[in-house]
Design a binder for this molecule. Structure first.
Ligand code: NDP
Length: 435
């Protein structure tokens, strides 16, 4: 804490892991006296750089770019890039730290990293976004590579941004490699990658529900966010017979009591991905729905909640409201969307709760599959990738059960995910010595 006390999100993420992993370490002689966790919380490398770019009016702007290379014990650094005005070292360090455990859980050989910038793509023209991405990659290119560090998308970085970033990397390095994931299908991307985080979250929730002889059929589902993760989580819930009644963005949420069906979701995808509009526009198109400005959707009655927007978007009060309304399952699509107090409330009530590092790992797992396809120079079918994704989510679920099952028969998925993720990385670090 003395070294990172000014970084609240990072401390929050580390605290949650420490609470479950420290008692485990204490019981295992091989980890004793090795200061493994202390070594894990210090990034192997943290790069911060100037990104200067010119807007459409000719004005010069300066943003701050970052890449945090957290841990490479089990593979090249891997993790997304976030472009959002709130980005700072604390947020990226929390995300990079979580990524180390998440990537370990996927069973694929990937270390952990994260990066991004305080640049805000909202309201910028395509040309401005392109100039920013090119300027960002002018510096980032020297720190990454297909065997070193393989970034991907995150908030504010989707297919458009990955395209511009990849184009500049290729130009500078004169090589066509799998240096980024989330690429377009015609130039090295994997089928199912856009869907993977949202689908994977729902597959994970399906596995959890199965332990209580439940499923999505006929369940009311509240989803926050309306970006990549939220859109495909909604799509999969609808396919599985659930009724999605909310979506949101940073301005507010929409509630559609009739359910957001496939056609309505298609409208949202066009609104958000092509027209880059606001979720409030939904009620103009579907007047039966309600728009709640400046609010999050957690007071809406549901059986299943999938927070898919951003960190700390669901607090203790929201958790209590969900519990009062009869919610039985919460699976995090976003990274750390539930505050520590909210997680405690879910645990106390003994409902099914999955932390993002387990339930949203399908995205990075499919990125790992994209890296494999790039190395082999082949492309798997949609069905093949989807089957692998399902298999990986089921394996992660099994790992959580193995390490998280308590004597009273309640599975603490937070504990399970933290310990399962820790063991593989810690063992590799021990084998590689003090470096
Ligand atoms: P997108 O940029 O596609 O969408 C983000 C969504 O969250 C938007 O609806 C956005 O609204 C909303 N949002 C962003 N910031 C805030 C905020 N401060 N308060 C309320 N709402 C907010 O990002 P993704 O869908 O890719 O990412 C969502 C979450 O999932 C993040 O936590 C990310 O780290 C995590 N994640 C993503 C993965 C991926 O593969 N994409 C993989 C694993 C985790 P608005 O349009 O108003 O900004």
């Amino acid at each position: 804490k003395s070294r990172n006390g000014h970084e609240p999100e990072f401390i929050q993420a580390v605290q949650e892991v420490a609470d479950t992993v420290i008692p485990y370490i204490a019981e295992k002689e091989i980890y004793n006296g090795k200061n493994i966790l202390l070594r894990m919380v210090e990034p192997e490398r943290l790069v911060s750089f100037r990104v200067a770019w010119v807007d459409d009016e000719g004005e010069i702007h300066v943003n701050r770019g970052y890449r945090i290379q957290m841990n490479s014990a089990i593979g090249p650094y891997k993790g997304g890039l976030r472009f959002h005005p709130t980005v700072n070292a604390s947020i990226l360090k929390f995300l990079a730290f979580e990524q180390v455990f998440k990537n370990s859980l996927t069973t694929l050989p990937m270390g952990g990293g994260k990066g991004g910038s305080d640049f805000d793509p909202k309201g910028k023209s395509d040309d401005e976004v392109m100039r920013f991405c090119h300027a960002f990659m002018l510096e980032l290119n020297r720190h990454i590579g297909p065997n070193t560090d393989v970034p991907a998308g995150d908030i504010g970085v989707g297919a458009r941004e990955i395209g511009y970033l990849f184009g500049m990397y290729k130009k500078i390095r004169n090589e066509f490699t799998g240096v980024l994931t989330g690429k377009g299908l015609s130039w090295g991307g994997s089928k199912i990658r856009p869907e993977a985080t949202g689908y994977g979250t729902v597959y994970f929730a399906e596995n959890m529900l199965k332990t209580r002889n439940e499923n999505f059929e006929g369940k009311t589902v509240v989803i926050s966010g309306s970006g990549n993760v939220a859109q495909y989580a909604a799509e999969k819930v609808i396919q599985l017979g659930g009724k999605v009644v909310t979506l949101s963005d940073s301005s507010g949420y929409i509630y559609d009591a009739d359910g957001i069906d496939t056609n309505k979701l298609e409208y949202v995808m066009d609104l958000k991905n092509n027209r880059r509009g606001r979720i409030s526009e939904y009620v103009k198109k579907y007047p039966n729905a309600e728009y709640h400005d400046g609010k999050t959707p957690w007071d809406v009655k549901c059986e299943i909640a999938l927070p898919c927007a951003t960190q700390n978007e669901l607090n203790e009060e929201d958790a209590k409201q969900l519990l009062d309304n009869g919610c039985i399952c919460v699976a995090e699509g976003a990274n750390m969307p539930c505050t520590a107090d909210a997680v405690h409330a879910f645990h106390d009530a003994k409902i099914l709760f999955a932390p993002g590092k387990a339930s949203n790992a399908g995205g990075v797992a499919t990125s790992g599959l994209e890296m494999s396809q790039n190395s082999l120079r082949i492309s798997w079918t949609r069905e093949e990738v989807d089957e692998r994704l399902k298999g990986i989510m089921s394996d992660i679920h099994d790992s959580c059960i193995e390490y998280g099952m308590e004597e009273n028969g309640y599975c603490n998925y937070v504990k399970g995910a933290n310990i399962a993720g820790f063991v593989k990385v810690a063992d590799a670090m021990l084998a590689q010595g003090v470096i």
